[in-house]
Design a protein around this ligand. Sequence first.
Ligand code: ATP
Ligand code: MG
Length: 386
Amino acid sequence: MKLTGKERTELVLEGIFTFVLLILLNLSIIILFNQMVAANPGIRDGIFIIRYSIGGVHFPMGTGLRQALLAAMLVIDIIVVIWRLIRRYNQYQLHHIIDELHYIANGHLEHRINFGAKTSSNSVKNVAESINALVDSVIKTMNDERKIEHSKDELITNVSHDLRTPLTSILGYLGLIQDKQYNSEADLVKYANIAYLKAKQMKSLVDNLFEFTKVRQTSTKLTINKLDLNQMLEQLVASFELEAKKYDIEITALDTDHPFVIEADAEKLGRVFNNLISNALKYARDGKLVTLKASQVNDNEIIIDVSNDGPQIPEKALNQIFERFYRVEESRNKDTGGTGLGLAIAQSIIQLHGGYISVTSDEDLTTFSVHLPAKPNEKLSYNEEL
Ligand code: ATP
Ligand code: MG
């Protein structure tokens, strides 16, 4: 940190002034001392004895000892001047830091305190470094808050849009019924049915939203218990078999002849696989096969793959697929009725378990891989209900 010209002049003047004062002090001490010695023969004799005993040979009377004392005084004076100048210099630096702090506080958050590596003392450097780190962290917090704020706005926009669309339909069809604008009993049933389906869609969105906000909180507790993963996959296959048959898709769980016991929240894990399997059936209708397979990769990791053939998920969609409300454009246009929250919920649930979900997709196969730690983290092992 550089001093201004005025500060440098002040520093030089202060050095000279202090030095002159010290010299005057030395002179007055010498004069007082000489007067005291002259007025008191006892002291003179004492000094003679001391002088004789420490250096009678090397310090002949009246020469060496006096010069040595004067030299010592001069050295002390110089040390005091240097010490004072260093203190004053640090003070100037602190003033500079305070000025820069005011500058930053006045809204110039991009500014950082620049301290010269050579010139600054350690403590001044520490203060400047701490302030810079503090400003960095304040900016990070502000940006994080801005992002959260933005994402909340986005959430509200998405929710209101996704609720408004079915609600408009419901109101439209109920309006027709109320105004008796239908030609037959069959039409009446049809309109009521559409309104009912749209209401169910709304409920599913609200339920998913509730679930999403719940699993997003890192404080959400899991109910960890031992469960047989292979048995669970078999049960899932059985529960989806009928639906798969409807679309002429075969669904199987591979290598499930032996138990595969893990510790996890069975209900929440079921929620994850329900979504992955229903996605595989929903979005790959021209596919023929959905397979589930659990495997222990190494001592630390278990992977459960949910794969389907059928259309490839575009490369750029793969990065966003776990974001809430994200739907690949084609599926948005199709009437598959999803809320776009399923994968976001699944990812959060697996993260609560200390794992993550990844996805790969090519022309032949799309695979969602659930990575779980082989041993759940101690702090995740709860047995309380939510
Ligand atoms: P929800 O699951 O809430 O009912 P959703 O199925 O639309 O709604 P996600 O499960 O989050 O939402 O899926 C997000 C999007 O990812 C889907 O809309 C779909 O476009 C795409 N997707 C997910 N799984 C597959 C898959 N196996 N094959 C092709 N696309 C998929
Ligand atoms: Mg889904």
